[in-house]
Ligand binder design. Structure first.
Ligand SMILES: [Zn+2]
Length: 75
């Protein structure tokens, strides 16, 4: 996560920094993923071809949290 770029808040122009989304027990730092709704698990890889990581950012000015999907890796 250290190499992720910072972003600018669309509401207050504050700096948005990378954060980790956790569950309420703080036991797991969940890495969120997304996929397209109709995507099916690949027989060959066992994964979803359109799956990607969701990165979270929080604004240092107003506390707004935003999620951004990283594009799926193409091989
Ligand atoms: Zn803000």
């Amino acid at each position: 996560m250290a190499d992720e770029p910072t972003r600018t808040c669309g509401e207050c122009d504050g700096t948005m920094l990378p954060i980790v989304i956790m569950d309420h027990n703080y036991r797991s730092a969940t890495v969120l993923h997304y996929r397209m709704p109709d995507d099916k698990v690949s027989f060959w890889t066992g994964g979803y071809p359109t799956a990607g990581v969701v990165n979270a950012f929080m604004c240092a000015g107003c506390g707004r949290i935003a999620l951004y999907g990283a594009l799926p890796k193409t091989e």
